[in-house]
Design a binder for this molecule. Sequence first.
Ligand SMILES: Cc1cc2nc3c(=O)[nH]c(=O)nc-3n(C[C@H](O)[C@H](O)[C@H](O)COP(=O)(O)OP(=O)(O)OC[C@H]3O[C@@H](n4cnc5c(N)ncnc54)[C@H](O)[C@@H]3O)c2cc1C
Length: 368
Amino acid sequence: MAVYDLVIIGAGPGGLACAIKAVELGLNYALLEKGARPFQGIVDSYPKGKKVFPTIPKDETGPYPIPGLEPGAEHPPIEEYLETIEKCIARHRIDVTLMEEFQELAREQGQFVVVTRTGRYKTRNVVLAFGSNVPIDLGVYGEAKTIARTLGNPEDHIGAPTLVLGGGNAAADVVSTLSKAKRAQNDDTPVYWGHRKEHFKIDKDVARDLGEEILLGGHIKILQGAVPKIGEVDQDGVERLIIQTQQIPLQQGVQLQQGMSFPMRNVIACIGTQAPAAVFDRLGLQQITCTEGVCRIGKEGAKLIMLTRHFETTSKGIYAIGGAVSPVFMLIEEEGTLKERKHSNLIFSAVRDGVVVAEHIAGKMSIG
Ligand SMILES: Cc1cc2nc3c(=O)[nH]c(=O)nc-3n(C[C@H](O)[C@H](O)[C@H](O)COP(=O)(O)OP(=O)(O)OC[C@H]3O[C@@H](n4cnc5c(N)ncnc54)[C@H](O)[C@@H]3O)c2cc1C
């Protein structure tokens, strides 16, 4: 069996950037993707027609480390961006092994064996670039499994009010895409945008897009402090989600609660994903659990993976990058101390991480 210099798991922006840099540096690699095409994670999670922004995190400066992976300044729709990516793959002659889902990692004589559903790959280094695709639980009483996590086809929501839950960029994108689709069809049913907190947290580019949509007549209704509460089946057999929109304290512990109920087929919960802590645990990679006083960015109870500045885990030769380590990880500093490090879940960050890892592996191998 051939021994690779690196096996990259996941052909999203991070994995692809790592492979492109590996080729440039003369490393031999395998790039494994569980889906039927490269960027499957993005194909599955972006709504049709969504604009792709080349956002650079606040604490970073450009340019994009691999220019061919940068979404253009004119914010191309996702379909156009994916075509650019296909061309970039062809230009760099990158080999992507599709329908190859990573399952286990074994160690044999100082090397790794990556086990997938159908194959085994021997390698000196492993790059975990599988994104952050573990959905966060909605946390309601009752069943809410039929609620969509992404906007599939906006046409499915024409003619009925839709509720989009979530306070970040993904929710904002879905709200403006849906509103645009409804406007194009002269459908005046509203898009409700609900978030459990008072403040929404979105990037400038996304805010500009949403503002433009509102000015053009988009029928968007904002629900601050909207908390999903109960999933239930009504008397007509329709699965519904009940959200609490207001809570007014009356006397002697009595509360007046106001809420709304939506058929689950018209609810999209863009409430994010969590870092794949369970997979890291299974692979025996060291993580730190956030407790009060330890973490300032990570939420209480969240597990933060420990990484060097080259994204190497505490298991030498195993790296983790991109969405898989967002929104925060524990940086192992040179002197061995740990520091919580914010990591924006953006295409730019994933691409930058992939390049850093390929360069680090090439550097180690030239010394060895
Ligand atoms: C709705 C939405 C809109 C966004 N808009 C923007 C934007 O406009 N601009 C921007 O910069 N960022 C945007 N982002 C964030 C951006 O998409 C991510 O930061 C980026 O995709 C992360 O890249 P990645 O390579 O780490 O992971 P991913 O893109 O998730 O890629 C991981 C790949 O690994 C594969 N995979 C998963 N598990 C396995 C396995 N077991 N075996 C093999 N393969 C596996 C997946 O199929 C996937 O193709 C958006 C995100 C969402 C959800």
